[in-house]
Write a protein that binds this ligand. Structure first.
Ligand code: TXA
Ligand code: MG
Length: 315
């Protein structure tokens, strides 16, 4: 782990993969135009190649080298929210390898809002393909240390940019005719997007449709069973070793030391920032089950609930 951008440039130019910070989660980055580097990303993450990658650049002008943009909504959203936690699905040009998009006609693009990574991108002649830097299916990393614990032995550098300020992945938006479609809820709320482009359609994930992005139902999961409970139902488990991840209220039926609140003051941004780190923390404790409950279904609560629901599904 280091802040050595020059070394990152050198390794990426040589086709290696590097851990990078973004405002959402840490990414595992490689040259998006180099098929060998992209293949290495899938290998290190143990990710199936039918799940396409997001490509990262540092400016809207850069996009135009790689995609065909004709839609006004793209510029409206890009100008308002980029850099930021928004990914756009755009018609790709030939230069983007099939492996990056899993053969789809669109490629996912975003401009991460992190000073270190923006500086890195400006020093490269190519964009960076980067999925979240976690083993496939596990909780996404929101610090360099998280990446180091899980992938440290397989990669030569993790750029340390501190804790991720947003804490959940970008919102993925695509276009079909006049429809604006949200394929993955994320760090930019639906409400903010609708303020710019009007009503959007939200695609809920399914495990049966690998074409839909963000998709596999079970994802972002801890190793311990994560169970949903509501505030009114008492946890009757005879098991002493239970933990609780709550939004803003502690429970009376679980020992206080095994409870973490995402935001005691009920702030959605703070809750998103803490979600993955707290899940990891509880997963590493001496408990057998983790209980959690859903947040109000609005603002970033929707994206947080999406991650919680998927982390509770075991299939
Ligand atoms: O915040 C983020 O987006 C982070 C940081 C590192 O930028 N990246 C991230 O990547 O979350 P990843 O690989 O964990 O998730 C990318 C999602 C996948 O669910 C994939 O299916 C979807 O984006 N995706 C990528 N390209 C797509 C495409 N052309 N069409 C549909 N879905 C796509
Ligand atoms: Mg991921």
């Amino acid at each position: 782990m280091s802040k050595d951008i020059e070394l990152a440039v050198k390794l990426l130019n040589a086709g290696e993969v590097v851990g990078i910070p973004t405002e959402t989660v840490y990414g595992l980055a490689g040259n998006a135009l180099n098929t060998d580097a992209v293949a290495r990303i899938f290998e290190v993450k143990n990710r199936p190649t039918f799940d396409p990658l997001i490509v990262h650049t540092h400016s809207i002008e850069q996009f135009e080298k790689y995609v065909n943009v004709t839609d006004e909504r793209v510029y409206a959203l890009a100008e308002k929210f980029m850099p930021g936690p928004l990914t756009l699905l755009l018609p790709r040009k030939e230069i983007i390898p099939d492996l990056v998009t899993s053969g789809l006609d669109t490629v996912a693009f975003r401009i991460p809002n992190h000073p270190l990574t923006l500086q890195l991108l400006r020093q490269l002649d190519f964009p960076l393909a980067a999925p979240s830097a976690n083993p496939f299916g596990y909780i996404s990393p929101t610090s360099a240390l998280h990446v180091n614990h899980q992938l440290g032995e397989q990669i030569n550098l993790i750029l340390d940019g501190g804790e991720c300020q947003v804490g959940i992945e970008s919102t993925i938006v695509g276009f079909a005719g006049n429809e604006t479609i949200v394929y993955r809820k994320g760090g930019l709320s639906i409400e903010e997007i609708e303020n710019v482009v009007g009503k959007v359609q939200i695609i809920e994930h399914s495990s049966s449709n690998p074409q839909a992005p963000g998709m596999l139902k079970s994802h972002y999961a801890p190793r311990k069973p994560l169970l949903l409970t509501s505030h009114d139902s008492e946890i009757t488990s005879s098991n002493e070793k239970v933990a609780y991840l709550g939004f803003n209220e502690l429970r009376a039926d679980i020992s206080a030391e095994n409870q973490l609140l995402l935001s005691p003051s009920g702030n959605f941004k703070e809750a998103a920032k803490n979600l993955f780190a707290y899940l990891r923390d509880l997963d590493n404790r001496n408990v057998e089950v983790i209980y959690t409950s859903l947040l109000p279904e609005k603002d970033l609560g929707r994206a947080i609930n999406d991650r919680i629901r998927r982390a509770t599904v075991k299939d």
